[in-house]
Design a protein around this ligand. Structure first.
Ligand SMILES: Cc1ncc(COP(=O)(O)O)c(C=O)c1O
Length: 428
């Protein structure tokens, strides 16, 4: 189907029911087998046609959030219109059924029990429920990673002041040689006082995937609770909740699932549901009901209503093919610049088990402390102002470079433009 036909189809459908609208994701062509399909540009051009690309620049910063394909966008708009029309009748009589339907669909996608799944606004909210609500005792120790996301680190630092817990930071190697090297970075900090380990499944700074299940197995031997930040892993890497061997998993659905902004979840092992304090007071639900963590007040239900639609779109491509394609795009450009003098990759890009779409690149001379003003920020600025490529600079004690995050809406040509820009900058 040509893009114009698809869009006019969307508009025609927009006036019909949401059920019909959901069928729009079916307009994607049947996906090829993962091995054959990963470089089938004919297929990817059809997928890409469902996204609206920005004018005037190439977006290689899809890590913040992912834009939605036209089908999800139209579904969202229709859903908002519908709620706006039915108003409080929807909120009072139909809202909960809509939430439950989204919960069932997401549980199917994550291969977990829906009664262990709270639908929330994002990863930050999900993991703050865990960090602020865990039944801490003064002196309890937590092991977190030196490259964990800032909001989680800050939440733990606040909890340390408030509850008297002690934080220890595992130094995760940038380019590990083995899973054991990463596992050991955490394991060596475990003591008899450790109550929780916090793991970032796919590190946003570098794109590194850490061996969550192996670290969790070591934690379990010592009765340590395992909390996982899967913000960048869900709908990017193919896995089910049980594969992680965790007790808590938080993620955002506006990242790789391409759901509209403001949807996330917290999965919590059943035994913990009565143990944690909800972030917002709740006495209306029984203490063993996961819904006690969803007491967030009036919220945009249309965002949650989109979850089944976003999953339908994702499934039409298929998790295995999508993961392979995202890694293929990362590998396409990293392999072309890896040997270029002055260029350094801060991602284990050659090891398919340790990365996906994201990679971090540094160029000699654009590293803090060398030449005044020549930082990763400057490199990102040059990429944007001179080459019209939008990226994000990472300036962090553990890693300095520019993060490159392609998505399904990018073309191979976009990556060629990036390769020429990096080559030219590094030789100037
Ligand atoms: C690893 C990681 N965790 C958590 C978050 C926070 O996600 P949100 O802002 O959707 O809560 C991000 C955002 O980029 C992230 O990269």
């Amino acid at each position: 189907m040509q893009r114009r036909d698809f869009i006019s189809g969307s508009i025609a459908l927009a006036g019909t029911t949401l059920i019909n609208n959901r069928l729009m994701s079916q307009s994607l062509p049947t996906s090829p087998e993962p091995d054959a399909g990963v470089a089938d540009e004919n297929y990817w051009n059809k997928v890409r046609a469902l996204y609206t690309r920005p004018d005037g620049f190439i977006n290689l910063e899809n890590g913040y959030f992912s834009h939605q394909p036209a089908s999800t966008l139209a579904f969202h708009q229709q859903s908002e219109k519908d709620i706006n029309t039915r108003n409080s009748v929807f909120m009072r009589k139909e809202q909960q059924a809509a939430i439950e339907s989204a919960r069932t669909s997401l549980a199917g996608f994550l291969r977990c029990d829906a009664e262990e799944l709270a639908l929330l606004r994002n990863t930050t909210e999900a993991l703050n429920i865990v960090i602020m609500g865990f039944p801490w005792e003064k002196g309890d120790e937590v092991v977190l990673g030196n490259q964990d996301y800032g909001s989680m680190t800050e939440a733990f630092q606040q909890a340390a002041k408030r509850f008297g817990i002690v934080l220890k930071y595992a130094q995760v190697p940038l380019i590990p040689n083995s899973d054991e090297e990463v596992t050991e970075a955490y394991q060596r900090l475990f003591t008899r006082k450790t109550r929780m380990v916090h793991l970032t499944h796919l590190i946003n700074l570098s794109g590194q995937v850490i061996p969550v299940a192996k670290i969790a197995a070591e934690a379990k031997k010592r009765n340590i609770a395992v909390a996982v930040d899967s913000a960048h892993a869900v709908a990017h890497l193919e896995f089910g909740i049980a594969d992680l061997q965790a007790d808590f998993v938080g993620a955002s659905l506006h990242k790789w699932l391409c759901n509209p902004l403001g949807a996330g979840f917290l999965w919590m092992r059943k035994d913990f549901i009565p143990e944690l304090w909800p972030l917002m007071g709740d006495t209306s639900q029984p203490s063993n009901n996961i819904r006690r963590f969803e007491h967030v007040g009036t919220r945009p239900i249309q965002t949650l209503q989109c979850i089944p639609e976003s999953i339908a779109f994702h499934n039409k491509i298929g998790s295995a093919l999508k993961e392979k394609r995202l890694r293929y795009m990362m590998h396409y450009w990293t392999s072309k610049v890896a040997k270029t003098p002055k260029i350094k990759l801060n991602t284990p890009w050659e090891d398919a088990t340790r990365c996906g779409a994201i990679a971090n690149v540094a160029i000699d001379g654009y590293t803090p402390g060398k030449i005044d003003g020549y930082t990763p920020g400057k490199l990102a600025e040059i990429l944007f102002s001179k080459y019209r490529i939008f990226t994000v600079a990472i300036e962090h004690p553990a890693i300095n470079g520019v993060r490159i995050t392609p998505h399904l809406s990018n073309t191979i040509k976009d990556l060629d433009v990036l390769v020429s820009a990096l080559t030219e900058i590094s030789s100037s």
